[in-house]
Design a protein around this ligand. Structure first.
Ligand code: ZN
Length: 108
């Protein structure tokens, strides 16, 4: 699901002769979890909260990307408008030149 490693969950010693720690919420051992969010139990409070944050971040990223694209489209539309305006200018210049050439042609 994600390439990131998460180790900021609360831990507690497993106890007995076991030297390792475990997640305070789902009791998965730290070596088993090994930083993978998916290795916490599905109902683990830490996992659920973390997944919520990650989903929210993705939504924010998508929104900011969408805004960027929207700005780019506006920019391109402005450019297109300016180019169309320039083409109209050129067309009118051409037609004036043609008129002049015809004028000169008539006179000679
Ligand atoms: Zn957990």
């Amino acid at each position: 699901m994600t390439e990131e490693y998460f180790t900021d969950y609360p831990t507690e010693p497993i106890g007995g002769r076991n030297p390792y720690y475990r997640c305070s919420y789902c009791k998965g051992s730290v070596p088993e979890i090994n930083g993978y969010l998916e290795r916490h139990a599905k109902w683990c409070e830490y996992r659920i909260k973390k997944e919520e944050i990650l989903t929210k971040m993705t939504e924010d990223e998508l929104y900011s990307r969408f805004k960027q694209l929207e700005d780019r489209i506006n920019e391109l539309e402005n450019k297109k408008f300016r180019l169309e305006y320039k083409i109209e200018d050129l067309e009118s210049l051409c037609s004036r030149l043609e008129d002049k050439i015809t004028d000169i042609g008539w006179r000679t």
